[in-house]
Write a protein that binds this ligand. Structure first.
Ligand code: EAX
Length: 325
């Protein structure tokens, strides 16, 4: 009898240690292809969830726009037909103008400052704010600092941008940034290789990994390290789905996504120097020290624009500017 008691106790311990979990498949959408920043975070998350749930929860990553562009993925997450996504902050603009405070031009000085703010209380306020639009904001991974490329001419000062046809994300803010700089912005969802190749647009702006993964050096001659916007990816879940999960599952997913984001940021940053070398070797002409003051002069007025007049957005922008000065 004593011996059986011992066995029961052991079995009970095993069951209590692993929270009861029903098998579940989670659809996660990213617009870009394997090797992209979004996909690296998504694949890491998938591996961690698999490991931490002993294979009970399967994350199925839909990449390369197989669920549509980023706006369409967000709509499906809102509706709950897709559970999760790792999505560029800029395109949240049409869902919630609060993200405009992150993409404010020349806000962040460097990676460390971006991490400190986004992983701190101001970042948490933005993530919580997304709940009003039906998204559970989990954390920020990174796209990175955005740089301008074009096929027409070297760009060193804001004046050189004048009249260039620049593709921008579907975002009122990003459109306004390039208008302020005197360019001719054209909103267009990702991907944009064909439009660049055929000359429908002269240029685009994105972090260095994008140039490498999408081989833009083949079709864009000039790169300027403008670093005009620090662009995170926001990992989100469908709020209605999230609210139905057990608290243990919520915390498992939240912790795994945070670990994936920490991994992906470091991975992305570690590879930038090599990317720059590769792009130069491949024949891109790179302006490494553009006249940033000339660009800032054009965009500093933007905080007064209508884009930032919603009281909630205005208040947060003021605090973001104070935290980054
Ligand atoms: O994440 O649409 C964009 O410019 C994004 O930055 C792109 O999907 C890379």
């Amino acid at each position: 009898m004593k011996r059986w008691g011992g066995w029961f106790a052991m079995i009970a311990v095993v069951f209590l240690a692993v929270p009861a979990m029903a098998a579940m498949t989670v659809k996660l959408g990213v617009v870009t292809k394997p090797g992209s920043a979004q996909n690296i975070a998504a694949e890491k998350f998938k591996a961690l969830v698999d490991e931490r749930t002993n294979g009970e929860v399967t994350v199925k990553v839909f990449h390369s726009a197989s669920l549509g562009n980023e706006t369409e993925i967000l709509q499906q997450i809102q509706m709950g037909t897709v559970e999760m996504g790792v999505i560029t902050s800029g395109v949240f603009d049409t869902f919630d103008p609060i993200v405009r405070v992150i993409d404010y031009p020349f806000l962040f000085r460097d990676d460390a400052q971006a991490d400190a703010v986004l992983d701190g209380p101001l970042g948490a306020e933005i993530l919580t704010g997304l709940e009003a639009s039906g998204f559970k904001g989990l954390c920020f991974s990174e796209n990175g600092f955005r740089n301008l490329t074009n096929s027409k001419r070297p760009v060193r000062t804001a004046a050189d941008v004048s009249g260039l046809k620049i593709r921008v994300m579907d975002s009122a803010l990003h459109n306004a940034i390039w208008q302020s700089m005197g360019a001719n912005p054209t909103p267009m969802p990702w991907p944009i290789y064909t439009e660049l190749e055929q000359g429908v647009i002269d240029g685009q702006e994105n972090p260095l990994w994008v140039l490498e993964v999408y081989r833009f050096h083949e079709i864009q001659k000039y790169l300027t390290l403008t670093r005009h916007v620090y662009s995170p990816h926001i990992a989100v879940a469908s709020l209605s789905w999230w609210n139905r999960l057990a608290p243990e599952m919520q915390s498992l997913l939240q912790t795994a996504m945070k670990a994936a984001a920490v991994f992906q940021r470091a991975d992305n940053r570690a590879r930038d120097a090599d990317r720059l070398r590769m792009l130069e070797e491949e024949g891109m002409q790179i302006e490494k020290r553009p006249d940033i003051a000339s660009f800032r002069e054009k965009t500093d007025v933007m905080r007064e624009m209508n884009l930032y007049q919603d009281p909630r957005v205005k208040s947060l922008l003021a605090r973001m500017l104070a935290a980054t000065r």
